[in-house]
Design a protein around this ligand. Structure first.
Ligand code: GLC
Length: 610
């Protein structure tokens, strides 16, 4: 699914127009913490002075789909704990677990009803503590998903809020009286939603379809929900809401989590005047008029909250990290989410501009090159975080794939993901080349966006199918023949057990690159210089350190063989002889020069300069 189509469209048009390591002190502080758990794996690279997240590979886990330990057909926390050895073997530094708090599961956990507990479906708090402790043993930190834009409508906060206008929590959510149903200039979406002679105050559209304003007869008001109606938006203009949410974050920080991925964070605030969004033409998959999001996303007020949040998190030792789900129109906006020059907001807002560009993505060399340069030079030296795959978008192998070379294309994307200076964010199954398996019948659909938008919008189930561990029953995911989403037919060949025995598999490619990223000083710390910059078929760059280590990376982004000659002297690199470190092209395994090198279709080539 194209989760934020309006935003992605905005991104595209905007682009077209312009588009401490742990110090001894911190270690001591961790040791003296009144916690039993501390921070999982807090020791990465104490020598370089860099915080752990700067060189990290972060692995997203959709907990329903990773590993079922109790045979109910749904993944759980103990399942993740059992797979820590696998995660460590792959080389990941941290896992981000999608929401596992109590929830009616209307949006599979992104509708939280209690911020300080674990959904019984996924386990208990004791299981969570075990998971963090086991992670620590395996050097795998645990990052939680924090949903602050909205709660579930079954949260006690909302139940109280919706009970009466005089309830002390009424102002915790975004309420509005609506406007008279005979007001002039109403739009279709307003007219469709009349209650007691009132209609919604504006033309806004929910990301999940329909009006985002839901009428509650008990209070004779509408509440705002950017997503499903069961996900009412919190009112961040009320300081008590901030306090409650920060308290929830502290609850988990005290239990030893390494940080948070902040869900839908640019949308905390809405325009106080509730102005109509400009219409952008046409209708979305749900049949609503397309509108912009200038009054519902990325409002400047959000940055004050983020600065206070950063300061709160910074009171904890161990380089806890704030990662943002930041779909933004351009690099200048991305820079603001770091706090610009002050660098006092998120450490890692996700850069969605490079790898999340709608369902029909293109391997566009000029665009990759330009964007990789932009995030090196236009974010005040902050650390980029790149990502190609997540639980909201068709898997990258299918978005970028041409149907013929999908495996090579997946390897190429991994090559880019792991060899730039950016922190790398990956999604479970990406390392196997797991394909998107979209439901073919409405009755099989579980995701609310697919239920609302069928058949035009088939939802996000396709990228959330169970992890494929083995060629055995239920792909080794569960002992229950009925899993919450069906096991895709591809599991027989695409799975961990089979791929770990094949040297040329996706899994082995991912492992090799992650290992190189960890062991090569050039890939770890080297500056990045683009090479052959007028070539729009092959993306190439060199990573080089002051002490002479250099690694060249070249990726053929076309379906034809391409011959390149790369000159690294301009990047201050002396040697001309090379040694292949990794390639998926047999013909390049023993290539020892950078001149007249022919890359087969979609080949990736990583070499050290000798
Ligand atoms: C984010 C999540 C998505 C969820 C939405 C509402 O975009 O990634 O899965 O549906 O927020 O919480």
């Amino acid at each position: 699914m194209d989760l934020y189509p309006a935003r992605q469209r905005l991104c595209r048009s905007a682009r077209a127009l312009r588009r401490s390591a742990i110090t001894a002190l911190a270690v001591a502080a961790i040791a003296s913490l009144p916690l039993t758990l501390g921070i999982a794996g807090a020791q990465t690279n104490p020598a370089s002075g860099d915080p752990w997240w700067k060189h990290a590979v972060v692995y997203e886990i959709y907990p329903r789909s990773f590993q079922d330990s109790n045979g109910d057909g749904v993944g759980d926390l103990n399942g993740i704990t059992q797979r820590m050895g696998y995660l460590q073997g792959l080389g990941v530094d941290a896992i981000w677990i999608a929401p596992m708090y109590p929830s009616p599961q209307k949006d599979f956990g992104y509708d939280i009803s209690d911020y300080e507990a674990v959904d019984p479906q996924y386990g208990t708090l004791a299981d969570f503590d075990k998971l963090v402790a086991e992670g620590k043993k395996h050097d795998v930190r645990v990052v939680l998903d924090m949903v602050l834009n909205h709660t579930s409508d079954k949260s006690q906060w909302f139940i109280d809020s919706a009970s009466s206008r005089t309830n002390p929590k009424h102002d915790w959510y975004v309420w509005n009286d609506g406007i008279a149903a005979d007001s002039p200039g109403l739009t279709a979406i307003q007219k469709k939603n009349e209650h007691e002679g009132k209609v919604p105050p504006n033309n806004w559209v929910s990301i999940f379809g329909g009006t985002p304003w839901e009428w509650v007869p008990a209070v004779h008001q509408f509440y705002y929900h950017e997503f499903e109606k069961e996900q009412p938006d919190l009112n961040w203009r009320n300081p008590v809401v901030e306090k409650a949410c920060f308290d929830a974050m502290r609850f988990w920080l005290d239990r030893g989590v390494a940080g948070f991925r902040l869900d839908a964070i640019p949308t905390l605030f809405e325009d106080p005047q509730l102005r109509n969004e400009p219409e952008t033409g046409g209708t979305n998959a749900y049949g609503d008029a397309n509108v912009s999001d200038i009054y519902t996303s990325n409002l400047p007020e959000v940055h004050d909250v983020i600065r206070r949040m950063r300061a709160m998190v910074a009171t904890y030792p161990g380089d806890r990290v704030l990662i943002g789900e930041t779909y933004l129109p351009n690099t200048a906006e991305l820079d603001k989410w770091y706090g610009g020059e002050a660098k006092d907001e998120l450490q890692l807002p996700m850069d969605m501009l490079i790898g999340m560009n709608g369902d029909h993505a293109k391997l566009d060399v000029a665009k990759f090159r330009q964007h990789l340069e932009e995030v090196q030079t236009q974010v005040h030296g902050s650390q980029p975080l790149i990502v190609f795959d997540n639980h909201d978008n068709m898997r990258a192998i299918d978005r970028y794939g041409d149907g013929v070379h999908n495996g090579d294309i997946n390897k190429l994307l991994a090559t880019m993901l792991f060899t730039t200076k950016a922190t790398a964010l990956m999604y479970y199954g990406e390392e196997l080349g797991m394909p998107t398996t979209v439901p073919t019948r409405k009755e099989d659909v579980r995701d609310p966006t697919g239920l609302n938008g069928w058949p035009k919008e088939k939802g996000r189930d396709g990228e959330r199918t169970p992890m494929q561990w083995t060629p055995g029953p239920q792909a080794g995911f569960s002992t229950n023949p009925k899993t919450w989403l069906p096991i895709p037919a591809s599991y027989k060949t695409i799975n961990v057990a089979v791929e770990s025995k094949e040297p040329d598999s996706q899994l082995e490619w991912f492992k090799k690159l992650i290992e190189l990223r960890r062991t090569s000083s050039a890939l770890r710390d080297g500056k990045m210089t683009m090479l052959d910059t007028s070539n729009n078929d092959v993306l190439s760059y060199v990573r080089s350190t002051g002490s002479g280590a250099a690694v060249v990376v070249a990726m053929n982004c076309t379906a034809e063989a391409k011959t390149i000659s790369l000159d690294v002297s301009g990047a201050g690199v002396a040697g001309t002889k090379v040694k292949t470190l990794a390639t998926d092209a047999v013909s390049l395994k023993s290539t020892s020069t950078l001149t007249n090198v022919t890359l087969p279709p979609f080949a990736s080539w990583v070499v050290s300069v000798e």
